[in-house]
Design a binder for this molecule. Sequence first.
Ligand SMILES: *Cc1c(COP(=O)(O)O)cnc(C)c1O
Length: 230
Amino acid sequence: MSTETRYQRLALSLQDECKQAGRNPEEVTLLAVSKTVDIDEVACAISAGARAFGENRPDELVRKQAAFPEVEWHFIGNIQSRRIPDIVKSATLIHSVAKEEHLEKINRAAQECNKVQQVLIEVNVSGEQSKSGFEPADVWPLICRNAALPCVDIVGLMTMAPQGDIEAIQETFAGLAALQNELQEKAREQALDVAIRELSMGMTEDWPYAIPYGATIIRVGRAIFDEAFE
Ligand SMILES: *Cc1c(COP(=O)(O)O)cnc(C)c1O
């Protein structure tokens, strides 16, 4: 099976899951995570209809964005301060802000490129020690402080579910959706001009569980690019 076929098959499954959940498939971006493949495979996915790609290394983000500037490039990896200028130069959306100090550095880098950088806040919903991300209770104060930074726009939340246990996966996705609701309500009450509209959740193993809970971006790598996925 080719990358084209795997991408198209996944796009159809996504449409099915959206219908079953009573959602409009156009609300959900299928982010093709191309971190394990080269330019040729990216080209295959584009010819199959892919319009947004995810990378977790700054060098690969910069290289692939330069090769295919007509599609969106999202950064989904661990952020190192010194690489923030490269990430900001190339990323439409940064999914993985997990430290407050990075917001200020992103703001500065974005100011230099004359852009407003859209970001998601990574949230450790499951509370696992091994996972990065903010605790849910820390996100609202962070959003309030970020309002002072003119070139960073927090547009949503990202999380990773624990592996394996379906109940724990569903609890994690439900938890991120509940936090989104809570934040939207607080923003309304306090008339703060922020729109927490994106929920980035779901990967190859668990994305179908994320759709009923309101995922607006699923990040899928292996189901598109791994030949073992038939
Ligand atoms: C690699 C990666 C993905 C994609 O994982 P697959 O299991 O290949 O679908 C999604 N999100 C993040 C943050 C990743 O690093």
